[in-house]
Design a protein around this ligand. Structure first.
Ligand code: ADP
Ligand code: MG
Length: 536
């Protein structure tokens, strides 16, 4: 007996595109992502202004920030954003580079696909090339030690060149290297020990390194002490008030006595809270939630310094810095869980008051206080500082650095081509394309600086062919020079991570020949449209 019913594999609302269409569509979307960040690459790259649906504005040059703010939805494009995110978390810099290499690898793969080369051959060739590129990279990178402070500062400066921070990069590079050296613990560097805080007013150049924690909070009451020595800090993540606004309580009161009773009860409860804090010997309270007026009054009377609505992440930093523990209940509060610091004080910064916690139990705790005229400026400075911090830390972690300005990319490409010659199959073509994808970095650096990319590439290649492996594009002079001497230096890890994630995502996208998307997955976009939303 035969069954005439059609075979239903998937519900109707599932979108499916297959084969070449799927592949081309994914490649196109991924390339579009690379295209977006391309113009920001390098010291002469431009900035982007991103406007959120609520009208908030971000002006930035930072690859990962741009892509995150864009709310990209295409699945393959999202994979590219992941590349930037990985780069950011692993190194903290080089996000544009990583995304651009990935985009170019895919663009070049398309050429091979057009020439009827099978995707598996391309991915095989790309893998061979990526492995070889890592080996070459290791061979030509240079060693540094923590004592090479000048070089570390140059690395920080290279990462800030062309960013909002450029004007003060000398000073910032000193702050960065000093901060990183201070947080060193047995050869390890935990950037969580550095808190970045912003104070509006004064110039960017007044940005400073402060040992201890700086908190963008004033004390809740004028009657509290301005400065406290021998600080014993209670860190609490619940409100010091009674009414929980989330719970509507109804009370029925029929006489004035009842009302008075009720108010008395409330006062009693608050008094009890403050007494518990006093009993724990705390003289400072950092509270994640609100503090009731009456509680403020009582705390001030007890000579306690208190801040309210301290961000959870800040509480965590303070806990780490002062050796305290965040408590969720007053019964947990005792002398053991209090954080210790030599001084807690309120300091006026421009128009605002801030709280400084100095002489923390953990001397590794540092703050960088960014000054600047507007939020947007300070945010971009923060991103540049984070790039610099990430670069210096990763240079120290691996002890390896490379010449920038495209020098390293050209040298790897040159040696990859030689390696390609030793291969017999069609993978050779893929290795070639891999090499040319790397050359896209100096090409774009030149293009963004208004130079002729073909001239630049030709000269760079011939200089490298004649053995000048540190020849790169110096965008201070707009000349091809020995960039090592020009001190344009970058951490090895930027490049190794970028090559690694870029080739991974490119091969992953190339292997896909079927996209099955269900509507429920929140995919308002059809898989067939290469629309990158958010930036119409
Ligand atoms: P990314 O997000 O990839 O870090 P950037 O916009 O920070 O992108 O640009 C980094 C690139 O700029 C690197 O290739 C680096 O070598 C190059 N670069 C930095 N300073 C200079 C300079 N003075 N001359 C030429 N290239 C530079
Ligand atoms: Mg950078």
């Amino acid at each position: 007996m035969t069954n005439d019913k059609p075979v239903v594999l998937m519900p109707e609302d599932i979108q499916r595109i297959m084969g070449k269409d799927a592949q081309r569509n994914n490649i196109l979307a991924a390339r579009m992502v690379a295209e977006v960040v391309k113009t920001t690459l390098g010291p002469k790259g431009m900035d982007k202004m991103l406007v959120s649906p609520t009208g908030e504005i971000v002006v930035t040059n930072d690859g990962v920030t741009i892509l995150q703010e864009m709310q990209i939805e295409h699945p393959a494009a999202k994979m590219m954003v992941e590349v930037a995110k990985t780069q950011e978390s692993e190194v903290g810099d080089g996000t544009t580079t990583a995304v651009m290499i990935a985009g170019k690898l895919l663009e070049n793969a398309e050429k091979l696909l057009d020439n009827k080369i099978h995707p598996t051959i391309i991915t095989k060739g790309y893998q061979l090339a990526a492995e070889k590129a890592q080996k070459i990279l290791q061979e030509i990178s240079m060693q540094i030690t923590p004592e090479n402070e000048d070089i570390l500062r140059q690395i920080a400066m290279t990462s800030m060149t062309g960013k909002g921070a450029e004007g003060s990069k000398e000073k910032f590079s000193k702050i960065i290297v000093k901060a990183v050296k201070q947080i060193e613990e047995g050869g390890r560097y935990d950037l969580d020990n550095i808190k970045i805080e912003k104070a509006q007013g004064e110039g960017v150049h007044d940005t400073e390194l402060i040992s201890g924690i700086v908190l963008d909070k004033e004390k809740v009451s004028q009657d509290m002490p301005k400065k406290l020595g021998d600080a014993r800090i209670a860190l609490i993540d619940f409100p010091l008030e009674l009414k929980n606004p989330e719970i509507d309580t109804k009370i029925s009161i029929s006489s004035p006595e009842q009302l008075q009773n009720f108010l008395n009860q409330e006062e009693e409860a608050i008094k009890e809270m403050v007494e518990k804090i006093q009993k724990s010997m705390a003289n400072v309270v950092f509270c994640q939630k609100g503090i009731d007026d009456f509680a403020q009054f009582l705390l001030a009377k007890a000579g306690i310094y208190a801040c309210r609505r301290v961000a959870k992440s800040d509480l965590e930093k303070i806990a780490k810095a002062t050796g305290g523990k965040i408590v969720s209940n007053l019964t947990e509060l005792n002398p053991e869980v209090l954080g210790k610091a030599e001084v807690v004080e309120e300091v006026k910064q421009g128009e605002d008051y801030m709280t400084y916690v100095r002489g923390c139990q953990n001397p590794k705790a540092l703050s960088i206080l960014i000054h600047g005229g507007t939020e947007h400026v300070m945010d971009e400075i923060e991103r540049a500082l984070m790039d610099g911090l990430g670069d210096v830390v990763s240079s120290l972690k691996t002890g390896l650095i490379v010449p920038g300005g495209g020098a390293i990319e050209i040298e790897i490409a040159r040696r990859l081509r030689q390696f390609g010659q030793t291969l017999t199959g069609r993978e050779q073509l893929a290795v070639e394309e891999f090499a040319s994808a790397l050359e896209f970095i100096p090409v774009t650096l030149a293009e963004n600086a208004g130079m002729d990319p073909i001239d630049v590439l030709t000269e760079l290649k011939s200089r490298h062919d004649s053995g000048d492996k540190n020849a790169g594009l110096n965008l201070f002079t707009n000349k091809i020079e020995n960039v090592l001497e020009a001190r344009i230096l970058e951490p090895y890890k930027i490049k190794s991570q970028a090559i690694n994630s870029a080739s991974e995502v490119a091969t992953m996208i190339l292997r896909i020949d079927d996209v099955i998307a269900s509507e429920e997955s929140g995919n308002q976009n059809q898989p067939g449209s290469s629309n990158i939303t958010g930036l119409e």
